[in-house]
Ligand binder design. Structure first.
Ligand code: HAS
Ligand code: HEM
Ligand code: CU
Length: 557
């Protein structure tokens, strides 16, 4: 009989890496649950409806809620999802086990780092938003906890590199399997990209928060932050791309059209993710236009791998749709398995990603940026990207990954399906409204506007949409998290299903392909990426370090 109840040790006996993956994943979802609960309150704020007074004394201010929302969703959840998926998938595709002691150390580092940072966050002692720009000065425990949390990702990344090198030694001359290749490139990108954040926190913010140094230079801190801060969006995105390339085509009933092209896409991310951070600082004084222009050009380059992804994934989905009997111009679209919640999550997430990406190009345009910077247009842009494709991809993956890891069947698949439609509809309405109220009415982001209801009265219709989206998304949060936690916490286990990871086959294979062979020279590309970063950032960083303007900290909350 397939259905039985196993004690926990039995369930993971043959595959201990499943357990650590599950722990990383579920800790991430707990963060997403708490972080997301503030989302509807913020959407209501942008409808001039203020629920914050009801939350006191639990939550002291709009900005404490916004800090929790940004930190838990965009820093904690995303990193844990990357750690879970891009440890487990490469291990499976290489047929190797990561060093389990270190795998658990990375989980504990993430957990302890999060717990330490949570104390000042929940106690309203580090209400500095997820960008923690100086001179805002939070409690030292926030910076120390965040540092330990981020360093745990370096441990996971090192584990993947170690597995890959082990595989290389045992398989000389062979091309790395695609899921492992993508993961290795992702982690190398992150090692290079996270340096800015690590230096900012370790060299400046921690000593400053302990009072060992008097002040911090805000411009240098912002520059170091955005050195990491743009690339971090690809650190969030690429785990979902890995699943979209290596699993989704099979789940949709087809094949990946080109394996070598997928490798090129990831190499382009390695090269261009980091040297673009000034596109967040177009309005910052003290950075010459020339360097802002250089970063604009490089930003246009980093859109290229996403455009290639649009082509490759759409083509792979078309192959799937036609294999399922779809005919004609759009027949293949309707033939896709829209009833499968995992596939649905990706389809809807990708649909949101198209206008989100187009908006990104607007943001990246030096002059257009002046019209949208610091308005709710920006919040509209990134919710399509990170709360759209990234969060939906993670949720969609969880619908098969949690059953795969635990042997526990998905609870209420119908509700899972409905939650993805609701998330999509809610996000679509909210991001539509945020874009236009920012662009047309100049409504500022990060503003507690419900306190001044008359200030943006002209944006009324958009505000109504925000209110509607807040209600829809709140319902959706309840549905999704019910499904996920009920699945993980039930006692029933059924090992007859979801035994294997549904890795997709590729039509165009890497063996003997010159592009794939060139891409396999990962260290060479890593060196080129580092060189590009040095060119794009070196001169300005040297100048800023030579002309430091440290200022003392302030506490505005
Ligand atoms: Fe961004 C600000 C530029 C992508 C996240 N971005 C942000 C912030 C966040 C963020 C969080 O240049 C706010 C930071 C803050 O708090 O201040 N962004 C870009 C550009 C891209 C981009 C050029 N962003 C992302 C992604 C994110 C993200 C991805 C998260 C995951 N962004 C900016 C700029 C700013 C900015 C400026 C600063 C603005 C300011 O003034 O402050 C590009 O990477 C976008 C490329 C994407 C595309 C779309 C490709 C389409 C695809 C879908 C295909 C569809 C299919 C569906 C397959 C070109 C892949 C088929 C479906 C069927 C049904 C068949
Ligand atoms: C900010 C709503 C989910 C990441 C915001 C803002 C709103 C909002 C209205 C703008 C607040 C302001 O500028 O004052 C929502 C709703 C959600 C949701 C209704 C659905 C449940 C998410 C998810 C993520 C995310 C899933 C990431 C994984 C962010 C980030 C900010 C933000 C990074 C910027 C915080 C800051 O400016 O400091 N959210 N959000 N949100 N959201 Fe969400
Ligand atoms: Cu950016």
């Amino acid at each position: 009989m397939a259905v039985r109840t196993l004690s926990r040790p039995d369930a993971y006996a043959g595959a201990p890496e499943k357990k650590v993956t599950l722990y990383l994943l579920m800790l991430g979802f707990v963060a997403l649950l708490v972080g997301s609960l503030f989302g509807p309150l913020q959407a209501l704020n942008y409808a001039n409806i203020d629920l914050y007074p009801f939350l006191r004394p639990l939550v002291q201010s709009y900005y404490q809620g916004l800090t929790l929302h940004g930190v838990l969703n965009a820093i904690v959840f995303t990193q844990l999802f990357a750690q879970a998926v891009l440890l487990y998938l490469p291990a499976r595709s290489l047929g190797l086990r990561p060093n389990m002691t270190w795998a658990w150390i990375s989980w504990w580092m993430a957990f302890v780092g999060l717990a330490v940072a949570a104390v000042p966050l929940l106690g309203n002692a580090a209400t500095v938003l997820y960008t923690f720009y100086p001179p805002l000065k939070g409690h030292w425990a926030f910076y120390v906890g965040a540092a330990v949390f981020v360093l745990s990702s370096w441990v996971t990344g090192s584990l993947v590199l170690e597995m890959w090198l082990r595989w290389k030694r045992a398989n000389p001359g062979r091309v790395t399997p695609l899921p492992a290749y993508m993961s290795v490139v992702h982690w190398l990108m992150w090692f290079l990209a996270s340096l800015g954040l690590v230096v900012e926190v370790a060299v400046f913010l921690i000593p400053w928060s302990f009072g060992w140094i008097e002040g911090v230079d805000p411009l240098l801190a912002r520059t170091l932050f955005w050195y990491t801060g743009h690339a971090i969006v690809y650190f969030w995105l690429l785990p979902v791309y890995v699943i979209a390339y290596t699993v989704l085509p099979r789940q949709a009933g087809g094949k990946l059209v080109s394996d070598p092209l997928a490798r090129v896409v990831f190499l382009l991310f390695l090269l261009f993710s980091t040297p673009v951070g000034f596109h967040h600082q177009f309005s910052d004084p003290g950075i010459p236009d020339f360097w802002k222009w250089v970063h604009t050009v490089l930003t246009m380059m980093v859109a290229l791998p996403s455009l290639l992804t649009a082509f490759t994934i759409a083509a792979s989905l078309e192959v799937a749709g036609r294999a399922r009997g779809g005919r004609g111009l759009i027949g293949w679209v309707t033939a896709l398995p829209w009833n499968n919640p995992s596939v649905l999550a990706f389809l809807l997430g990708f649909i949101l990603f198209i206008p989100g990406g187009a908006g990104g190009m607007v943001n990246a345009s030096f002059t257009l940026n002046q019209g949208v910077h610091n308005t709710t247009w920006i919040s509209g842009h990134f919710h399509m990207q990170v709360a759209g494709l990234v969060a939906m991809g993670a949720m969609g993956a969880a619908f098969w990954l949690v059953p795969h890891l635990t042997g526990k069947p998905l609870v209420r698949p119908g509700l899972a399906w409905a939650s993805m439609w609701l998330w999509f509809i809610g996000m679509f309405i909210m991001t539509f409204a945020l874009h236009w109220m920012g662009f047309l009415h100049g409504v500022p982001r990060r503003s507690y506007i419900a306190e001044v209801p008359e200030a943006y009265a002209g944006a009324g219709p958009w505000m109504v949409l925000n209110a509607i989206s807040g209600v829809i998304l709140f319902a959706c949060i309840l549905f999704f998290f019910y499904v996920i936690f009920a699945t993980a916490l039930q006692r029933r286990r059924d090992f007859s299903e979801h035994q294997e990871i549904p890795f997709a086959e590729a039509i165009s294979k890497p063996e003997g392909n010159p592009l794939a062979l060139l891409a396999e020279r990962v260290w060479l590309w890593f060196a080129v990426a580092a060189g590009l970063v040095l060119v794009a950032y070196g001169p300005m960083l040297v100048e800023m370090l030579a002309n430091l303007n440290p200022v003392p900290g302030v506490r505005l909350w």
